[in-house]
Design a protein around this ligand. Structure first.
Ligand SMILES: N[C@@H](CCC(=O)N[C@@H](CS)C(=O)NCC(=O)O)C(=O)O
Length: 217
């Protein structure tokens, strides 16, 4: 298998930590879907987005949720990080919907800062997106059971939220440091020291330096 995309993308990284959690071997093609890398990514995905997982027979899976669904199936129902059916499945999917939505709103606000000249940043849009980010993480915090999100077993809600939390702390430390989310902070710290997370540290990337000025507050 070949994973396309850089670990600096939280969507790519949640796939990578899951592959490692399942002990599934993969090659990593570390390319960015912007600038010079865009044409490389378009070889794997017609709309040049990451992540893509290319299977050994050449089949391409696009979008982290579709990729993780395949990995769960390959891992089998006993090990799957999203339970196969029933209330347990709905519970994990409900948590993932809010984690994914919150991260997408964070990315939308980051893109506003990155892709538009500072003079025409639309501050009300940035604030609306970041308000949704805040509400999403506070909801997740309130729904954390412990020791893992849904109780005694680790699920995809844990891996994904930890990846997204670290991404938010790196990109918008001013916003994330103010969030009253001790459970999510502890979850992130706990998982970041595991082999799967250590082996998938985000690369330094161009967006960081270009965003740094406006995104630290
Ligand atoms: N829903 C997608 C989101 C993937 C996504 O937003 N990827 C970003 C990198 S973090 C990307 O490829 N951006 C380039 C673009 O949207 O043109 C997933 O879960 O995989």
């Amino acid at each position: 298998m070949r994973l396309v995309g850089r670990y600096s993308s939280p969507f790519v990284r949640r796939v990578a930590v899951t592959l490692r959690h399942y002990d599934m071997a993969y090659d990593h093609l570390s390319v960015m879907p912007f600038g010079a890398g865009k044409a490389d990514v378009a070889r794997f995905n017609p709309i040049a987005r990451v992540p893509v997982l290319q299977l050994d027979d050449g089949e391409m899976l696009c979008d982290s949720t579709a990729i993780l669904d395949h990995l769960d199936e390959a891992a089998g129902p006993e090990r799957a990080l999203v339970p196969s059916y029933g209330k347990a499945r709905r519970q994990v999917l409900a948590l993932l919907a809010i984690a994914l939505g919150s991260n997408e709103k964070l990315v939308a606000a980051l893109y506003e800062r990155h892709f538009r000249p500072r003079e025409i940043w639309h501050q009300p849009w940035i604030e609306a997106c970041e308000g949704q980010v805040r509400d999403g993480y506070l909801w997740l915090e309130a729904h954390f059971t412990g020791p893992w999100f849904t109780g005694g077993s680790i699920t995809q809600a844990d891996l994904t939220t930890a990846v997204f939390w670290s991404f938010g702390m790196a990109k918008r430390p001013g916003l994330f440091a103010k969030l009253d989310c001790p459970n999510l902070r502890a979850l992130g710290e706990r998982l970041e020291v595991t082999p799967a997370f250590k082996a998938t540290q985000p690369e330094a990337e161009m967006l960081s330096s270009q965003l740094a000025d406006g995104s630290k507050s």
